[in-house]
Design a protein around this ligand. Structure first.
Ligand code: NAD
Length: 317
């Protein structure tokens, strides 16, 4: 498994990262044995980056991931663990200094860790971004100084949130960003922001290469926020691949891994089989390249919905 530098953090993360939201049962129930086996297998295949949040499954993901890492008995310095704060299933959004300061202690207890490598403010478009600049990031800085988190990140869907925040905080106070659903076959809009993010020295994590299930044979979960137009185009693309005896998921994984400016591609996984398939896709990409013909056909099917997204967050003044 290829490992890449994550911005200026000094962390080296696997090109395929393990998204642990499925371990919070957000895409369907995951038996504990399957979760443990998936994490063990991921480690064995060279995946060292794991991402969770108190939001995923109402803290279930953090507690299951903690259990899986303990069960795997992996040395702490061999894994890069990211969690988040400010978004909660039971409480909604709260990016106040007080809440995020309590949040890290809750997360560490559930994960069974002394520190996380990255602590993100989770989906910051759901508060006024000036609160993130003036209150949340200073609080995260204090957490960083305390040693409970090594690096600080921000996440969210609209790409405009990143320059808004990064242009208003002191250089170095945000180490990484996590963007999702903006670097895959159907949506590549993150690419235009990569030079800006590089100029800020910020590491780039891209999540949801399968567009949260749109680019899979099983299709997206009930709660998926995409407009119907996008869902049906992705369904057509998956059908096209299946008819040719090929996998939309493999193609989508490989496509997302093509850009080296993106340090790691976080894919949500719930079984050893998915770990196997996604790592195999990455290895095959490095030896044989992507299936160009299939890619052109799928891009043509998705062309009418290219970069089509959905609204997220509050109206920013
Ligand atoms: P994804 O695009 O990675 O899709 C996940 C879905 O695809 C799951 O249903 C999973 O079971 C399925 N899948 C994975 N591998 C497969 C395979 N080989 N074959 C068939 N199906 C397969 O979407 P995601 O899980 O939402 O995103 C990845 C991770 O990124 C999340 O788990 C989370 O850690 C992170 N993330 C963060 C944010 C945020 O911070 N705002 C948003 C989205 C995702």
């Amino acid at each position: 498994m290829e490992h890449r530098e994550l911005g200026g953090t000094g962390l080296r993360v696997s090109a395929v990262g393990f998204g642990a939201s499925p371990l919070g049962n957000v895409f369907g129930d995951v038996p504990r044995d399957a979760a443990r086996a998936a994490v063990r297998h991921a480690l064995d295949l060279g995946i060292n980056f794991f991402d969770t949040s108190p939001y995923y499954g109402g803290r279930i993901s953090e507690s299951v991931l903690g259990d899986c890492l303990r069960h795997a008995a992996v040395p702490r310095d061999r894994v890069v663990v990211a969690t988040k704060c400010g978004r909660y299933k039971d409480e909604g959004f709260d990016f106040s200094a007080d809440r995020v300061t309590r949040s890290i202690d809750e997360s560490l207890a559930l994960l069974g860790l002394d520190y996380v490598d990255i602590l993100h403010a989770h989906d910051i478009e759901f508060t006024h971004l000036d609160q993130i600049v003036n209150e949340t990031i200073p609080a995260l800085q204090k957490i960083k100084e305390s040693g409970k988190a090594r690096f600080i990140g921000i996440t969210g869907l609209p790409l405009s949130i990143y320059p808004y925040v990064l242009d208003r905080v002191a250089p170095g106070s945000v180490d990484v960003i996590l963007s999702y659903c903006h670097y895959g076959i159907n949506d590549t809009s993150l690419v235009d922001m990569l030079p800006y993010l590089k100029s800020k020295g910020v590491g780039v994590i891209s999540a949801s290469p399968l567009s949260m299930g749109l680019l899979t044979d099983n299709g997206p979960p009930e709660w998926h926020p995409a407009p119907e137009e996008l869902k049906s185009a992705c369904r057509a693309a998956a059908d096209h691949c299946r008819k040719k005896g090929k996998s939309i998921t493999k193609l989508a994984m490989q496509y997302s891994l093509l850009n080296n400016e993106i340090s790691t591609v976080l894919v949500g996984m719930n079984s050893s089989k998915q770990v196997d398939e996604n790592v195999a896709a990455a290895l095959e990409l490095s030896t044989s390249g992507i299936d160009e013909e299939l890619l052109r056909e799928v891009e043509a099917i998705l062309e009418p919905v290219k970069n089509l997204t959905w609204p997220s967050g509050i109206q920013q003044a």
